[in-house]
Design a protein around this ligand. Structure first.
Ligand SMILES: Nc1ncnc2c1ncn2[C@@H]1O[C@H](COP(=O)(O)OP(=O)(O)OP(=O)(O)O)[C@@H](O)[C@H]1O
Length: 310
C-alpha cells in the first residue's frame, strides 16, 4: 500500500487494528504516582522493539530507548545499520514486528494514534523526492498546513516564511520532481517546517546541499532547538556531533552506544575518520589544537581534553 507520504510501505496497513485505538495510554502513564513531578517528558519510547522487512531477517533487534522532550539526539552508524528503518518508526510509518513504539505515550500500532502522531512528529526523508505530493513546490509545502485545517491566510504566511527560510522563493512554482537534489532536500525540509510540529526527525537531510545551503539548514535547526523542539537527526557529518545533547550509535540493528559527546569520544565507538574531521573542524573554528596531530586516537584524546577544559 501507499502511505500519505507516497512511500510504498508494506508495514502500515492498520485495517485490522483500527478499532483498538489506545489513545488513553498517555493519560494512564501520567497518573503513575511513582513518577516525580520534575521527571522529563518522554516523547519517543521503544520497548523491546524488533523489526524485519517482509521475508527478511530482523533489521532492528530488541531496541529499548527513551527520547526526551526538547533534546537534540543524533543517530549515527554505518550504512545499513538500521537508522532510517528506526526513524520510520518514530512517526508510525513503520510498526514494530514485535515490541512497541510509543510517541507521547501513544502506541504506533493503532491507526487513530498514528494520525495524532503525524500532527506532532514531522519527518524529512533521506530521499526527498519520495515525500512530494504537490504539483508545485508551493502547493507541496501548503499540503501539510492544509491537512492541519489552518485558514488560508495562515497557510499563505507559513508557505512564504519557509520558502524564504530555505531560499526557494524563486522556485515556488516549479514541479518538485524537477528540483535538483539539494533544492529537493530544502523543499522537503520546508514542507515539514510549515507544519510546525513539536518534533522533527531528519534523516541525512543535508547530504546533497552545498555548503551555504547546509549552513542555512543547520541554522534553522539551531532555531528549532531554541524553540524547544525535540529533534532526532540522522547524520554522517562528524561536525554535527558537536551540537548533540545525546549521540546514539546503531550497529547491525542494535544500539552500541548511547550518551553525550564526551562519553562517545571516550568510548572509542567512533569512526576513526570522523575524529580527524571533527578535529579539523574544531581547529578551523579557533580551537587551539596542534597541527601535528593526525592520528585519529590522538585526535580523539585531544578533542576530549579541549572540550573538558572549556
Ligand atoms: N524496503 C526494504 N526491504 C527490505 N530490506 C530493506 C528495505 N529497506 C531497507 N532494507 C535493508 O535494511 C537494512 C537497514 O537499512 P536502513 O536504510 O535502515 O539503514 P541505514 O542505517 O539508514 O543506512 P544508510 O546509512 O545507508 O542510510 C539494510 O540492509 C537495507 O538493505
Amino acid at each position: 500500500m501507499e502511505n500519505e507520504t507516497g512511500i510504498s510501505d508494506p508495514v502500515t496497513d492498520f485495517s485490522e487494528t483500527d478499532s483498538e485505538s489506545n489513545l488513553t495510554l498517555n493519560a494512564e502513564s501520567k497518573s503513575d504516582s511513582s513518577r516525580s513531578s520534575n521527571e522529563r517528558e518522554v516523547v519517543f519510547e521503544a520497548i523491546n522493539l524488533s523489526f524485519a522487512y517482509p521475508g527478511s531477517s530482523p533489521i532492528l533487534k530488541n531496541i529499548n530507548l527513551k527520547i526526551y522532550k526538547g533534546d537534540f539526539t543524533i543517530i549515527v552508524g554505518l550504512n545499513g545499520s538500521g537508522k532510517s528503518t528506526f526513524a520510520y518508526h518514530l512517526n508510525g510509518l513503520y510498526r514494530p514486528t514485535s515490541g512497541r513504539m510509543t510517541v507521547f505515550g501513544l502506541d504506533t500500532k493503532f491507526r487513530k494514534n498514528v494520525s495524532a502522531i503525524h500532527r506532532k512528529v514531522g519527518i524529512v526523508f533521506q530521499n526527498p523526492y519520495t515525500q512530494f505530493v504537490g504539483n508545485t513546490v508551493e502547493e507541496d509545502i501548503a499540503f501539510g498546513p492544509e491537512n492541519l485545517g489552518l485558514d488560508r491566510e495562515e497557510i499563505k504566511k507559513r508557505v512564504s516564511t519557509v520558502l524564504e527560510a530555505v531560499h526557494l522563493k524563486d522556485l515556488a512554482y516549479q514541479d518538485p520532481s524537477t528540483l535538483s537534489g539539494g533544492e529537493a532536500q530544502a523543499a522537503a525540509i520546508a514542507g515539514v517546517l510549515a507544519m510546525d510540529p513539536e518534533c522533527i526527525v531528519l534523516d541525512e537531510v543535508t547530504s546533497m546541499l552545498d555548503i551555504a545551503a547546509e549552513d542555512r539548514i543547520l541554522n534553522l535547526i539551531d532555531g528549532l532547538r531554541e524553540r524547544g523542539k525535540t529533534l532526532v537527526y540522522i547524520s554522517h557529518n562528524p561536525k554535527d556531533l558537536l551540537k548533540a545533547d545525546r549521540i546514539i550509535v546503531f550497529d547491525k540493528g542494535e544500539i552500541s552506544f548511547d550518551g553525550d559527546l564526551l562519553d562517545y569520544i571516550a568510548s572509542g565507538k567512533y569512526r576513526l575518520p570522523d575524529m580527524v574531521e571533527l578535529l579539523k573542524h574544531l581547529r578551523e573554528n579557533g580551537m587551539n589544537i596542534s597541527e601535528t596531530i593526525s592520528d585519529p586516537k590522538e585526535a580523539a584524546d585531544e578533542i576530549l581534553k579541549q572540550i573538558r577544559s572549556k
